[in-house]
Design a protein around this ligand. Structure first.
Ligand code: SF4
Ligand code: F3S
Ligand code: FES
Length: 245
């Protein structure tokens, strides 16, 4: 049975904005993105929202719903009490362009700062051989849909914009970890790059990134902590230290 829901949506631009209240129809089986689309179709044709797949796979429709970073297309209306007001705001960590659309270019800058996979020189594509266990390890990380909800949630940049220069965020530290764990990657000292170039030391393992990941990637346990361990191994190994001296 359909009903009328109370929605509160942030409307505005880089110059400022406000939360506006709407009453809007909800039907069985709908998700938050359906309701935003209905608002666009019936009450506010100029409302800006970014989306593509409506299937939790493109990573475009990230927003904060009742303060929790989530994908709008994967958040069922049936998870809310019918009487409650559902508040939808743009991701807080990135600058607003308009309404629910933010400028996520910070993430593309950080992506470019991670050096690409370096295969062994004497191997042609097709000659790579890996253990299944190594394939499985990186497969978890490659489920990432680049929704940037983890980046939005991590307090290192959410509450401290001044850290954006030094910190690549969980998504791209995970990318460094993925390459570091690749048995055929020959890039020089990725753990040291994670520490020096990507700000791994600023992560204090709060795990908020893992909690909001819609792909359930265990970012902290399987990528960030092992990367920290590899940094410690290399920097504080007494034999390696002796060689360095
Ligand atoms: Fe989104 Fe998870 Fe990828 Fe972060 S790691 S960008 S939360 S899918
Ligand atoms: Fe941030 Fe995740 Fe570390 S939330 S502090 S990157 S564990
Ligand atoms: Fe593609 Fe939501 S529209 S993930």
């Amino acid at each position: 049975m359909g009903y009328q829901a109370h929605f509160r949506v942030w409307r505005g631009s880089a110059d400022g904005g406000e939360l506006r209240d709407y009453t809007v129809e909800v039907n069985e089986g709908e998700v938050v993105l359906d309701i935003i689309h209905r608002l666009q179709a019936t009450q506010c044709p100029d409302m800006a929202v970014r989306w593509n797949c409506k299937a939790g796979k493109c990573g475009s429709c990230s927003a904060e719903i009742n303060g929790r970073p989530q994908l709008m297309c994967m958040t069922r209306m049936s998870t809310f009490d019918r009487a409650e007001t559902v508040t939808v705001t743009p991701m807080r960590t990135f600058p607003v362009i308009k309404d629910l659309v933010t400028d996520v270019s910070y993430n593309y800058v950080k992506a470019r700062e991670v050096p690409a996979f370096v295969p062994p020189e004497d191997l042609e594509p097709g000659e790579y051989r890996m253990q299944q266990v190594d394939v499985q390890r990186s497969q978890e990380f490659r489920r990432c849909i680049e929704c940037f909800l983890c980046q939005n949630t991590c307090h290192v940049i959410r509450d401290h914009a001044e850290n954006k220069q030094a910190f690549s965020g969980p998504r791209f530290l995970m990318r460094v970890a993925e390459l570091e764990m690749h048995p055929l990657d020959e890039a020089e000292n990725r753990p040291e790059a994670a520490r020096g170039d990507h700000g791994l030391g600023l992560c204090n393992i709060t795990k908020c990134c893992t909690e909001v990941c819609p792909e359930n990637i265990r970012i902290t346990d399987n990528a960030l902590i092992p990367l920290k361990e590899r940094v410690a191994d290399r920097r504080y190994d007494p034999i390696l230290r002796l060689f360095r001296r």
